[in-house]
Design a protein around this ligand. Structure first.
Ligand SMILES: [Zn+2]
Length: 470
């Protein structure tokens, strides 16, 4: 009799124990490195180690998470996805056509896990380092046939009623097709959001507002956050946006928890421009943002799940150039992005009344790329720089801007980056997306589900199941 009762007690204890472990995580973080293929991750690790003058890798924080997998990224109408179809797949679990935001192949709206989380009572945040109505963040709150309808996407930010949004700014705050239409800022305020500019303004709210849109200050150079390599101390960073998001969402709801998506959007921008040093700094920046979530996880390990992946790879980033070596240490010499150096060149033109001398240009190239100083140039490279200088700055000033998806840069800036990439022994076959595998990393409650090969659409389905989003 006594034994029977003991067995029943043990069985009950096991049941309680299993139920306890099976409890869904309350806090879910979903990090998406836009354009961050496997090589973008491992290259950053080689780079960090090479800065110490050693061979091998220095692991990034998120690359040490215990569960890793790989995912395919093809879209519903192409093996090579764009960020809209990629974002929609990661947000909703549906493959769709390139260009689609939160709609399926027939352009019918499909529900995102952010919307499901919200419906289930969790507070929701969507954050990015690019514009808040850009493809990836948009896929979590909007439903539009075309990613290019930034204004229409922006109008859906307020109607989502998610508790937190953060990023650079809006794209198309004013409707380009109807200037008399209300501005996105006004629509967002009418929907009950406090729009705060910069981290200090966010802190000043002291949690009084239910819904917040955090963007950067009016004097920002672009409507995205600056590249990490170009940023100054006063700039808003993805790390700060993530800190604010957690602070806000946690304050607003301890009971049902939160879902937070954070996009490292400018990894992709840098890879479209084939700018290796800038891309690697963006991956480090993304890791810094993830580290904020990791610190949160350390305080709530059983209640938190963190998943990291990418929407696709960008640039076909190749590590090696045929000589069985890498020279990533050379990338340390680069002190501005291709776009940032282009702005510096532009200012030189302005300050000199368009009479930039070769000596001034050499000085700038030394300062921002280490040329003729820590980085030795071949005669051919020096000649190429000199010829580009002659073409762009003397005589007819025939400036053929270097076009990438998001920037039009001074050709001498693009050339300097190309030369440094060659010296670092990396190359880029394309300036667009590729169909390469993307990595998946996970830690926390349910993280063991994210191993092996999966489809990008499996990831949100797994998250919804683990977190019990309906
Ligand atoms: Zn993308």
């Amino acid at each position: 009799m006594k034994t029977k009762r003991t067995i029943s007690f043990i069985a009950l204890a096991i049941c309680i124990c299993i139920a306890g472990f099976a409890k869904a995580p309350k806090y879910v973080f979903y990090f998406i490195g836009d354009g961050m293929g496997l090589n973008q991750v491992v290259a950053t690790q080689y780079y960090l180690r090479s800065c110490k003058g050693e061979l091998g890798i220095t692991p990034l924080g998120f690359a040490q998470f215990p569960y890793t997998g790989i995912a395919t990224s093809y879209s519903g109408d192409s093996d090579v996805t764009d960020s809209a179809a990629g974002g929609t797949a990661l947000a909703t679990g549906h493959k769709t056509y390139n260009g689609a935001i939160g709609v399926d192949l027939n352009a019918n709206p499909v529900t995102s896990i952010a919307e499901m989380a919200h419906r289930s009572g969790a507070k929701v945040g969507v954050a990015t380092s690019v514009t808040i109505n850009h493809a990836t963040p948009a896929s979590f709150y909007a439903h539009q046939k075309s990613r290019n309808d930034y204004y229409a996407i922006g109008t859906q930010l307020g109607t989502s009623a998610f508790e937190f949004f953060g990023g650079g700014d809006f794209a198309d705050n004013i409707n380009p097709n109807d200037h008399s239409a209300p501005q996105l800022y006004d629509l967002t305020r009418e929907a009950g959001y406090a729009i705060v500019r910069g981290y200090d303004e966010y802190k000043d709210l002291k949690g009084k507002q239910d819904k917040v849109l955090l963007i950067q200050k009016e004097d920002a150079v672009e409507n995205t956050l600056p590249y990490a390599i170009d940023a100054s101390k006063k700039d808003l960073t993805l790390e700060k946006v993530t800190t604010a998001a957690i602070d806000h969402l946690y304050k607003k709801n301890h009971k049902k928890g939160f879902f937070l998506m954070v996009e490292g959007g400018k990894i992709d921008y840098a890879c479209h421009a084939n700018d290796a040093a800038t891309a690697l700094q963006e991956v480090v920046d993304f890791d810094n943002a993830i580290n904020v979530a990791y610190k949160f996880y350390k305080k709530h390990p059983k209640e938190t799940l963190i998943v990291i992946t990418a929407d696709h790879e960008t640039g076909g980033f190749t590590l090696g150039n045929g000589s069985y070596a890498l020279n990533f240490a050379a990338l340390q010499a680069q002190k501005a992005s291709q776009a940032g150096f282009s702005r510096i060149v532009n200012k030189m033109r302005h300050d000199s009344k368009d009479n930039v001398t070769w000596k001034q240009m050499q000085k700038a190239l030394t300062e921002y790329f280490g040329f003729w100083d820590t980085v030795q140039l071949r005669e051919r490279d020096e000649q190429a720089l000199r010829s580009e200088y002659e073409r762009s700055f003397t005589g007819e000033k025939n400036v053929k801007m270097a076009e990438s998806l998001y920037y039009r840069d001074e050709p001498i800036s693009a050339l300097a980056v190309r030369i440094l990439n060659r010296i670092a022994m990396v190359s880029w076959p394309v300036g667009s997306h590729t169909a390469a595998y993307v990595p998946v990393f996970a830690i926390g409650n349910g993280a063991e589900q994210f191993t092996g090969q999966m489809n990008n659409t499996d990831i949100p389905k797994k998250i919804a199941k683990i977190a019990d989003y309906k």
